[in-house]
Design a protein around this ligand. Structure first.
Ligand SMILES: [Zn+2]
Length: 194
């Protein structure tokens, strides 16, 4: 299979993904492809929604470089114990070129599972805490610019509108299926993995 990154305002980005109940070779392949796409596009994280998959899984590497830093594949992530508050710049592979300051808890606890079924239970802070919160937001259908103030939102409104125009024309030419077809595809994945 071959995954590709979907851009705002693709409907799957607003979809709340369901927990994964089955890990098989195909799912491991999807995770590997997501890691590949993340590095290729110079990202530090990628959530399943961003490759049009309605399942709770993300990949991340805060270094953004293969072979450097720690590479994460997290299944069914849960975040809790938020502490502190910090503003930091965020961008997103689903809206390349758009950046904004986003205020988030400074430290969080991340729980979940890796691809082998090992439990993950870690306290995160700094940039990785931000990346993980951004990715878990995706799984709930939330984009980083859903979390910014009105003023910051106005600054990126024009750029977002350009993505909306591009999306509309891709739809018109049939490159992106209509909502009903997308919903059918998501339902198929949900049936297989959630
Ligand atoms: Zn993102």
């Amino acid at each position: 299979m071959s995954l590709s990154i979907v851009h705002y305002p693709h409907p799957t980005l607003q979809h709340r993904s369901r927990p994964i109940v089955r890990v098989d070779a195909k799912l491991r392949e999807m995770a590997a492809e997501m890691i590949e796409l993340m590095y290729e596009n110079e990202g530090v994280g990628l959530a399943a929604n961003q490759v049009d998959l309605p399942i709770r899984m993300f990949v991340a590497n805060e270094s953004g470089e293969r072979g450097e830093g720690e590479e994460w594949v997290v299944i069914n992530p849960v975040i809790d114990r938020p502490k502190g508050n910090e503003s930091g710049q965020e961008g997103c592979l689903s809206v390349p070129g758009i950046y904004s300051q986003v205020k988030r808890p400074k430290t969080v606890r991340l729980q979940g599972y890796d691809l082998k079924g090992n439990e993950i239970n870690v306290q995160l802070d700094g940039f990785l805490a931000r990346v993980v919160q951004h990715e878990v937001d995706h799984l709930d259908g939330v984009m980083f610019f859903d979390r910014i103030g009105e003023e910051s939102r106005r600054e990126i409104e024009g750029a977002l509108a350009e993505f909306e125009t591009t999306f509309a024309s891709l739809r018109n030419t049939g490159s992106i299926p209509d909502d009903a077809e997308l919903a059918r595809r998501l339902a198929k994945w949900e049936e297989a993995y959630t």
